[in-house]
Design a protein around this ligand. Sequence first.
Ligand SMILES: Cc1cc2nc3c(=O)[nH]c(=O)nc-3n(C[C@H](O)[C@H](O)[C@H](O)COP(=O)(O)OP(=O)(O)OC[C@H]3O[C@@H](n4cnc5c(N)ncnc54)[C@H](O)[C@@H]3O)c2cc1C
Length: 546
Amino acid sequence: MADYDAVIVGSGINSLACAAFLARAGWRVAVLEREAEPGGAVRTAELTEPGFHHDVFSAWHPLWVGGPAHAELGDALAERGLEYLNTEHPTGTLFPDGESSFLTTNTDANAAELERHGAGDGASWSETIASLGAQAELVFGVLGTELWSSAGLGLGAKAYRRLGRRRLTEFGAEVVQSSRDWLTMTFASERAHGLLAPWVLHTGLGPDAAASGFMTRVIAFAIEAGGMPVPRGGGARLVDALVRLIQDHGGVCETGRDVEKILVKNGRATGVRLVDGDSAGAERAVICNVTPTQLYGRLLDAADVLAEVADAGKRFRFGRCDMQIHFALSEPPRWEGDERLDKTAIVHLTPGLDGVSRAVNEADRGLLPTEATVVVGQPQTIDDSRAPAGKGILWIQLQELPWHVKGDAAGKLDVGSGNWDESLREGYADRIQARIAKHIPNLESSILRRVVLSPADLQKANINLERGDPYSGSLALDQNFLWRPFARQPGHRTSVDRLFHIGASTWPGPGLGAGSGTLVAKALLQPPAARRLVGRLNTFVRQGQA
Ligand SMILES: Cc1cc2nc3c(=O)[nH]c(=O)nc-3n(C[C@H](O)[C@H](O)[C@H](O)COP(=O)(O)OP(=O)(O)OC[C@H]3O[C@@H](n4cnc5c(N)ncnc54)[C@H](O)[C@@H]3O)c2cc1C
């Protein structure tokens, strides 16, 4: 049995960031990945035709570049070949009538754009950005803190001192407000609503969900401040650089290594056993980047964990499903309408706030939406190395789909058994392609190849994308913030000593920010005396929670 200080199960972005921090600090680290490639939902491949480099799953890196791991590891990763490219034209929405609305990286330009659509909306935008800027420490503090811990308690105390009881109560109300309520209270124009509402889908929420207003504001602020960075050559370059960094510090990253059991002795995690019978010992920590369903349904023996915790973990809920469509084109797409569409990284096609709300509601009721929110990603607007000269590439995302399809809200597609088989997948992709083609007249004549990934394909590609949920678990309020991954066992510590739970299913949730991996690494790297003190405080806070 090979021995390490830490064994990390799975090689998602949280695992790699965590391993990089630990390895850099001198820990002997092993990252074990069951698939053939490291990176989980970060993968770049010539999926369609040679020379076309598709980000198969995630593609946009504002959360990584704006996050705590990049702040510390960025230089070391750049030394290992990682280069970020960015744009001043991160996003826009194209409405069915051909009108569009855009967000750039400039506050005044954005205010002018929103004012063009609705008198007074320019000033509302400037106020939104200014007030979020003033609260940035608290807002990003919430998103970057272990909430059930002394640090979480400290953040609360600091906010109380700064804001006072009344303002803090208002801040709490703002956090749980829906996107619809925030948008309609803040902006007069439906174009402004339609520009921002689709972004809640990227946080796993719908516009009527609790906390979606907060997430809309945070994302709007982050996009304006940070643009839409992508690594030159594709997302996998980030994975390559992280793996190199881990290896340069003596760490190990192995693929094709499916962990089937966490070894527990006297209530303490001591290592893992793999499907092939091999095992790896961990002297200081076993860190699992898995869903709660896998952690409590597969990796831990019933005898090693309280029955009520295991039951709650197995009942963890997944959210709506995702489909990805990749196009290789013989020429770049040419949009009809506003010339800014050609250079915008992410264009949403939607009728607006009500359109997003309707599509989410249809998916929640098991239906294929009549008019989905289509995310048209154009990586080539930032990085021309993604396709051969003169050719085009598109990354399409559809985040409003059910796992089991009961019917078609449009009443057109025969959904058969309701399972995501080839016929349903390609039939639905045809509908989306026709929608896009209405706005990109040269789309259909230029398709060299189309590859579609259904929710079932996503689950097959990555066990953490259970039920085709790109965000590894519903972000409904009872599984979010203080309650992520689930109320019986929130945070990253588990009831098994030295066993830690990270990944999109855990706080602060999905995305490439690597928040959970960073939080756990930082906790493990605290000096022993501080760790003991913080451990005692955390026990106190957690006992209060129990
Ligand atoms: C289609 C799609 C598009 C997205 N787009 C974006 C985007 O543009 N920007 C953004 O910020 N976020 C995006 N996201 C979300 C983001 O990519 C994910 O939230 C994030 O990558 C998840 O990282 P993770 O660390 O939780 O692990 P994951 O990436 O889920 O990786 C977990 C890894 O663990 C492995 N594993 C699990 N169990 C075991 C085991 N028992 N043994 C060994 N290995 C195991 C899995 O095989 C997998 O490789 C997208 C997600 C998807 C699916």
